[in-house]
Every structure is written in C-alpha cells, then in structure tokens.
Design a protein around this ligand. Structure first.
Ligand code: RP5
Length: 179
C-alpha cells in the first residue's frame, strides 16, 4: 500500500503479519499528519526472509530514508532489516497475547553492537512515536518538517497548559463547594 498518492515514499512501514496493522496504524497516521509519504508492507523475518532482505537492500535506492519495522513475539524483523540497510531503522514491538509484548520488546531492543535499532515502546504511545521519530529524523535535513515539528511542540505545550488550567478551576470549584 502506498498511502500518499503519487509521491515517492520517504518512510517504509513493514510488519510481520497483517494482524499487526490494527495495532500500529498510529505510526502511519503520524506520518500522514506531517504530510510525509510512506508505504506499508507485510513481510516476515521468519516466513519470508528473502523478501525482507531484498526490501531492505533496495530501500535506499528506491528513495526511502527511514524504515519502521513492527513485529510481535520473536520479533526479529527490525533487526533483520537493519542487517541489510544503512538507513535508520525504528523497531516497533507489537503487544502479544501470551507475554504482553515483553517478548516483542526484548527481541527488538536487545540488538548486538554494530547493528542499531531505535526501539519504541510496546503499546501506549509506541506506534505514534515511531511515526513521529521518523518525522524527526527526516526533519534533520528538511526545514519544512522542522518548522512543523516546532509548531507541534507549541501545540502540545498549549494543550497541557489548558489541561492544568481546567484542573485548577475544577479544584477551586470543589473546594468552594466543600466549604
Ligand atoms: C509476528 O508474529 C508478527 O509480527 C505478529 O505480531 C505475530 C503473529 O503473527 P500471525 O500469527 O498473526 O500472522 O511475526
């Protein structure tokens, strides 16, 4: 799937199974939010190892600049992708029913020296952060994205300030009612 029209994808999202997709869609949503063209593929380090190697080896030449690799359980996908490319690889451990994703996390994050994978959190903000981290990597050489990220940080700060103001108002009202 190529999600943003005719634009050449800058980010590749790969996952070990289509069962991962509902759990990691927030990564794609974050890329879309910043207007970053991306592609999404299913490929498995264990079930289709040749496809993974070919994808990773050809990624830079096809214009990809970052790869997000999501997998669950014995989650070797990000590491195998990293073995075959010099592009930055973001590992996204997918929650699992058996071990809650600790299996995925450790399989993704515990890379040996010389083959880095930037691992995100299991669940919670992990998928969204994978997308945002890819945007941040691209922004190191893209002033437009850098400006959008700066605006994003300002919006975050404004949102938290508004939450704090609401909480203070609520507490003051509760105190007044209790008197
Ligand atoms: C991993 O095994 C996938 O990334 C997925 O998280 C998990 C289960 O895959 P399915 O059995 O649903 O295909 O390779």
């Amino acid at each position: 799937m190529q999600a943003t029209g005719a634009s050449v994808p800058r980010v590749g999202i790969v996952m070990g199974s289509d069962s991962d997709w509902p759990k990691i869609q927030a990564a794609a949503a974050a890329l879309a939010e910043f207007g970053v063209p991306y592609e999404v593929r299913v490929m498995s380090a264990h079930r289709t190892p040749e496809v993974v190697g070919q994808y990773a080896r050809s990624a830079r030449q096809r214009g990809l600049q970052v790869i997000i690799a999501a997998a669950g359980g014995a989650a070797h996908l990000a590491g195998v992708v990293a073995a075959h490319t010099t592009l930055p690889v973001i590992g996204l451990p997918v929650p699992t029913p058996d071990l809650g994703g600790l299996d995925s996390l450790l399989s993704t994050v515990q890379m040996p020296g010389d083959v880095p994978v930037a691992s995100m959190a299991v669940g919670m903000g992990g998928p969204r952060n994978a997308g945002l981290f890819a945007v941040q990597i691209l922004a190191t050489a893209d002033e437009g994205l850098q400006a959008r990220l700066a605006q994003f940080k300002q919006q975050l700060a404004a949102k938290i300030a508004a939450s704090d103001a609401r909480l203070q108002e609520q507490r003051a009202a509760d105190d007044a009612a209790a008197r």
